[in-house]
Design a protein around this ligand. Structure first.
Ligand code: S3P
Length: 172
Protein backbone atom coordinates (compact mmCIF):
# COMPACT_ATOMS: atom_id res chain seq x y z
CA UNK A 1 0.00 0.00 0.00
CA UNK A 2 1.15 3.52 -0.74
CA UNK A 3 2.03 6.17 1.82
CA UNK A 4 -0.22 9.11 2.58
CA UNK A 5 1.58 12.43 2.88
CA UNK A 6 -0.13 15.36 4.59
CA UNK A 7 1.24 18.72 3.47
CA UNK A 8 0.28 22.27 4.40
CA UNK A 9 1.36 25.25 6.42
CA UNK A 10 2.38 25.15 10.06
CA UNK A 11 -0.87 25.24 12.04
CA UNK A 12 -2.93 23.46 9.39
CA UNK A 13 -3.33 20.40 11.63
CA UNK A 14 -1.13 17.88 9.84
CA UNK A 15 0.03 16.08 12.98
CA UNK A 16 -3.39 15.76 14.64
CA UNK A 17 -5.05 14.80 11.35
CA UNK A 18 -2.38 12.15 10.74
CA UNK A 19 -3.20 10.63 14.13
CA UNK A 20 -6.91 10.46 13.33
CA UNK A 21 -6.28 9.14 9.85
CA UNK A 22 -3.96 6.46 11.21
CA UNK A 23 -6.77 5.26 13.46
CA UNK A 24 -9.42 5.38 10.71
CA UNK A 25 -7.30 3.61 8.12
CA UNK A 26 -5.46 1.42 10.61
CA UNK A 27 -2.13 2.59 9.28
CA UNK A 28 1.00 3.53 11.25
CA UNK A 29 1.89 7.22 11.37
CA UNK A 30 5.18 9.07 11.13
CA UNK A 31 5.67 12.72 12.03
CA UNK A 32 8.72 13.98 10.14
CA UNK A 33 9.50 16.83 12.54
CA UNK A 34 9.29 14.52 15.55
CA UNK A 35 11.42 11.93 13.75
CA UNK A 36 14.00 14.57 12.90
CA UNK A 37 14.06 15.69 16.54
CA UNK A 38 14.45 12.10 17.65
CA UNK A 39 17.29 11.41 15.25
CA UNK A 40 19.22 14.59 16.05
CA UNK A 41 18.40 14.77 19.76
CA UNK A 42 17.51 18.45 19.30
CA UNK A 43 14.28 20.42 19.04
CA UNK A 44 13.40 22.04 15.71
CA UNK A 45 13.99 25.47 17.28
CA UNK A 46 17.46 24.39 18.47
CA UNK A 47 18.32 22.99 15.05
CA UNK A 48 17.42 26.27 13.34
CA UNK A 49 19.39 28.22 15.93
CA UNK A 50 22.47 26.03 16.08
CA UNK A 51 22.70 24.59 12.57
CA UNK A 52 20.68 26.97 10.41
CA UNK A 53 17.88 26.45 7.92
CA UNK A 54 19.93 24.92 5.05
CA UNK A 55 21.12 22.12 7.36
CA UNK A 56 17.58 21.60 8.58
CA UNK A 57 16.28 21.34 5.00
CA UNK A 58 18.94 18.79 4.02
CA UNK A 59 18.20 16.68 7.07
CA UNK A 60 14.46 16.97 6.47
CA UNK A 61 14.95 15.54 2.97
CA UNK A 62 17.05 12.65 4.33
CA UNK A 63 14.39 11.82 6.91
CA UNK A 64 11.73 11.90 4.18
CA UNK A 65 13.68 9.71 1.78
CA UNK A 66 15.68 7.39 3.98
CA UNK A 67 13.22 7.51 6.84
CA UNK A 68 11.92 4.43 8.51
CA UNK A 69 8.53 4.88 6.86
CA UNK A 70 7.74 1.57 5.30
CA UNK A 71 5.03 1.55 2.69
CA UNK A 72 1.56 2.20 3.98
CA UNK A 73 2.36 4.92 6.50
CA UNK A 74 0.49 8.17 7.14
CA UNK A 75 3.21 10.83 7.14
CA UNK A 76 2.78 14.29 8.66
CA UNK A 77 5.36 16.51 6.97
CA UNK A 78 6.85 19.84 8.06
CA UNK A 79 5.33 22.90 6.39
CA UNK A 80 8.42 23.57 4.28
CA UNK A 81 8.77 20.07 2.83
CA UNK A 82 7.40 21.26 -0.53
CA UNK A 83 10.20 23.80 -1.00
CA UNK A 84 12.54 21.25 -2.59
CA UNK A 85 11.51 19.77 -5.94
CA UNK A 86 13.19 16.52 -4.91
CA UNK A 87 10.79 16.23 -1.96
CA UNK A 88 7.73 17.04 -4.07
CA UNK A 89 8.69 14.44 -6.68
CA UNK A 90 9.44 11.86 -3.99
CA UNK A 91 6.11 12.25 -2.26
CA UNK A 92 4.08 12.12 -5.47
CA UNK A 93 5.94 9.01 -6.57
CA UNK A 94 5.50 7.21 -3.25
CA UNK A 95 1.95 7.91 -2.28
CA UNK A 96 -1.08 10.13 -2.18
CA UNK A 97 -0.26 13.74 -1.30
CA UNK A 98 -2.99 15.70 0.47
CA UNK A 99 -2.91 19.45 1.03
CA UNK A 100 -4.60 20.65 4.22
CA UNK A 101 -5.74 24.11 3.23
CA UNK A 102 -6.42 26.52 6.07
CA UNK A 103 -7.29 30.22 5.91
CA UNK A 104 -4.59 32.69 6.90
CA UNK A 105 -6.66 33.87 9.88
CA UNK A 106 -7.03 30.36 11.26
CA UNK A 107 -3.37 29.57 10.69
CA UNK A 108 -2.43 32.64 12.65
CA UNK A 109 -4.85 31.85 15.46
CA UNK A 110 -3.30 28.43 15.93
CA UNK A 111 0.33 29.34 15.40
CA UNK A 112 0.26 32.42 17.62
CA UNK A 113 -0.64 30.25 20.61
CA UNK A 114 2.52 28.18 20.30
CA UNK A 115 6.23 28.74 20.63
CA UNK A 116 9.07 27.11 18.72
CA UNK A 117 8.21 28.33 15.20
CA UNK A 118 11.60 29.71 14.18
CA UNK A 119 10.55 30.83 10.70
CA UNK A 120 7.97 33.32 11.86
CA UNK A 121 9.73 34.72 14.90
CA UNK A 122 10.92 38.30 14.73
CA UNK A 123 9.34 41.72 14.62
CA UNK A 124 6.18 40.89 12.78
CA UNK A 125 5.37 37.19 13.05
CA UNK A 126 1.87 37.54 11.60
CA UNK A 127 3.16 39.23 8.48
CA UNK A 128 5.93 36.64 8.20
CA UNK A 129 3.37 33.85 8.36
CA UNK A 130 1.18 35.46 5.68
CA UNK A 131 4.13 36.05 3.37
CA UNK A 132 5.32 32.46 3.69
CA UNK A 133 1.81 31.04 3.23
CA UNK A 134 1.17 33.06 0.07
CA UNK A 135 4.54 32.22 -1.45
CA UNK A 136 4.06 28.50 -0.79
CA UNK A 137 0.47 28.14 -1.93
CA UNK A 138 1.35 27.30 -5.57
CA UNK A 139 3.79 24.62 -4.38
CA UNK A 140 1.23 22.97 -2.12
CA UNK A 141 -1.28 23.03 -4.98
CA UNK A 142 1.22 21.66 -7.47
CA UNK A 143 2.36 18.85 -5.22
CA UNK A 144 -1.00 17.63 -3.91
CA UNK A 145 -3.19 14.99 -5.54
CA UNK A 146 -6.11 16.67 -3.80
CA UNK A 147 -6.80 19.15 -1.04
CA UNK A 148 -9.14 19.38 1.93
CA UNK A 149 -10.27 22.65 3.44
CA UNK A 150 -9.87 22.48 7.21
CA UNK A 151 -11.54 25.68 8.44
CA UNK A 152 -14.18 24.92 11.06
CA UNK A 153 -13.45 21.20 11.00
CA UNK A 154 -11.96 18.96 13.67
CA UNK A 155 -8.98 16.75 12.77
CA UNK A 156 -11.33 13.78 12.91
CA UNK A 157 -13.69 15.40 10.39
CA UNK A 158 -10.78 16.23 8.11
CA UNK A 159 -9.54 12.64 8.40
CA UNK A 160 -13.00 11.33 7.45
CA UNK A 161 -13.10 13.56 4.37
CA UNK A 162 -9.67 12.31 3.37
CA UNK A 163 -10.82 8.73 3.82
CA UNK A 164 -13.82 9.38 1.52
CA UNK A 165 -11.68 11.00 -1.16
CA UNK A 166 -9.19 8.15 -1.06
CA UNK A 167 -12.02 5.66 -1.53
CA UNK A 168 -13.39 7.59 -4.51
CA UNK A 169 -9.94 7.81 -6.05
CA UNK A 170 -9.19 4.14 -5.65
CA UNK A 171 -12.59 3.24 -7.16
CA UNK A 172 -12.07 5.36 -10.28
C1 S3P B 1 8.41 24.68 9.00
C2 S3P B 1 7.37 24.04 9.65
C3 S3P B 1 7.55 23.25 10.88
C4 S3P B 1 8.99 22.75 11.00
C5 S3P B 1 9.95 23.88 10.83
C6 S3P B 1 9.81 24.57 9.48
C7 S3P B 1 8.14 25.44 7.76
O1 S3P B 1 6.68 22.12 10.82
O2 S3P B 1 9.27 21.75 10.06
O3 S3P B 1 9.74 24.79 11.88
O4 S3P B 1 9.07 25.72 7.01
O5 S3P B 1 6.95 25.75 7.53
P1 S3P B 1 5.08 22.21 11.03
O6 S3P B 1 4.47 22.57 9.73
O7 S3P B 1 4.71 20.83 11.47
O8 S3P B 1 4.85 23.23 12.09
Amino acid sequence: MKNIYLIGMMGSGKTSTARELGVLLQMPILDLDAELERQTGRSIAEIFREKGEPWFRETETSVLIEGKAAEGTVIATGGGIILARQNRDWMRAHGEVIFLETSLENLWQRVSLEKGRPLIEGKNPKENLMTIAKARLPLYEECAHFKIETDGKTPREVARLIQEQLKLRSAS
